[in-house]
Design a binder for this molecule. Structure first.
Ligand code: F0G
Length: 356
């Protein structure tokens, strides 16, 4: 019997489209190949021809970051690096810590104190990263990371490292491979603006190679309190419940604007109420538990349709759901209220349920 490897990961799967050499280690935690789930409820609400969710929360560390991180860490090893560093709102650090652990590298993560969801912090810690919390926001943390890397022998694994975008573009490849062509619209949350830029790179590459007949219109959504691209100005004190995208000066700002303009798309913003409404709708109407930032893609599409700015009749739309809801259990519990607590007694349980 040969070696069985049913889930080889994105490096092996998309090797020919990635900057991989014979010296690149084929690192993998089985990332990619995430579910593309057809909507059963929201599709009708927005009158879409077809609405799909790409559930990136099914990646090994629970977010889309694993696609870019696996390539970035593999290239760091190839280049002889012993340590990697990143700033993060939580998911990048969880992913960096996991792949560094797998590869035997040291990971250092710099995160904003008090604004990283509990699950993400737990991940960085248990994977063995050195965690430093700064009393500031993500933008402050990234600034410190850039300066640390200029003075110390560490590889930055934020998306200013181009390999991150190269790996992340495999999300675009996958959904085209599954659908047989590009969708009409691609909706995606925007924080540091790496993912939207990476998807656009992926669509353009597949189009140039004639793997798809067209490219989609890209719809990016920032949180209203952290919307520098929409407002065309740095936001010094970004604020949103969607802590993953609480960013005021995105690193890939220009690339995101290019993706918007070249694709004939839009970058807009959604309020915290709109984000949380779609967060609950995804869980309660579609059975998809995502983190708040991920719901921005769905909230944005619903908003544009509601305002009459987007007509999805006969159109295929894919919303990227970037991270798993289990990352941020506090938010879910806070929104849902407390469960009833009773003695282990049939009548008491029936009473709690209103069944007697
Ligand atoms: N959704 C989630 C769940 C994220 O964690 C992020 C970014 C985004 C969307 C936005 O993607 O930055 O490429 O525009 N999280 C980064 C981090 C900033 O540090 O984990 P982006």
């Amino acid at each position: 019997m040969g070696t069985i490897n049913p889930h080889p990961g994105v490096l092996a799967h998309y090797r020919e489209y990635l900057p991989i050499t014979d010296a690149t280690p084929m690192l993998s935690l089985g990332e990619g190949d995430t579910p593309l789930v057809r909507s059963t409820s929201l599709e009708g609400e927005i009158g879409a021809g077809a609405l799909y969710f790409k559930f990136e929360g099914a990646n090994p560390t629970g977010s889309f970051k694993d696609r870019g991180m696996v390539l970035t860490i593999a290239k760091a090893i190839e280049e002889g690096s012993r340590a990697v560093i990143c700033a993060s709102t939580g998911n990048t650090s969880a992913s960096a810590a996991a792949y560094a652990a797998r590869a035997g590298l040291t990971a250092v993560v710099i995160v904003p104190d008090g604004y990283v969801a509990l699950g993400k912090l737990a991940q960085a810690m248990i994977y063995g990263a050195r965690v430093v919390m700064v009393r500031g926001n993500f933008d402050d943390a990234l600034d410190i990371v850039r300066r640390l890397a200029a003075a110390h022998p560490v590889t930055v694994v934020n998306s200013i490292n181009h390999y991150r975008l190269e790996g992340q573009k495999t999300g675009a490849f996958e959904l085209c491979d599954v659908l047989g062509d590009a969708p009409d619209y691609l909706a995606i949350p925007v924080g540091n603006a790496g993912n939207i830029s990476a998807y656009w790179m992926g669509f353009c590459q597949y189009h140039a190679l004639e793997r798809i007949s067209r490219t989609p219109h890209v719809l990016g959504f920032e949180a209203a309190g952290a919307a520098p691209i929409v407002r065309n100005a740095v936001v010094p004190n970004p604020e949103t419940v969607a802590t993953a995208i609480r960013i005021g000066n995105p690193a890939s700002w220009e690339l995101a604007v290019e993706a918007r303009d070249q694709s004939g798309g839009v970058i807009d913003c959604v309020t915290d109420d709109e984000i949380l409404d779609s967060y609950q709708a995804l869980a309660q109407r579609e059975g998809l538990f995502v983190e708040p930032a991920s719901a921005a893609s769905v909230a944005g599409v619903r908003k544009l349709v509601r305002e009459g700015k987007l007509d999805l009749t006969d159109k295929t739309t894919v919303c990227i759901l970037t991270g798993n809801g289990l990352k941020d259990p506090d938010r879910a519990v806070m929104l849902s209220g407390d469960a009833a607590r009773v003695d282990p007694d049939l009548v008491a349980v029936e009473r709690a349920l209103g069944w007697n």
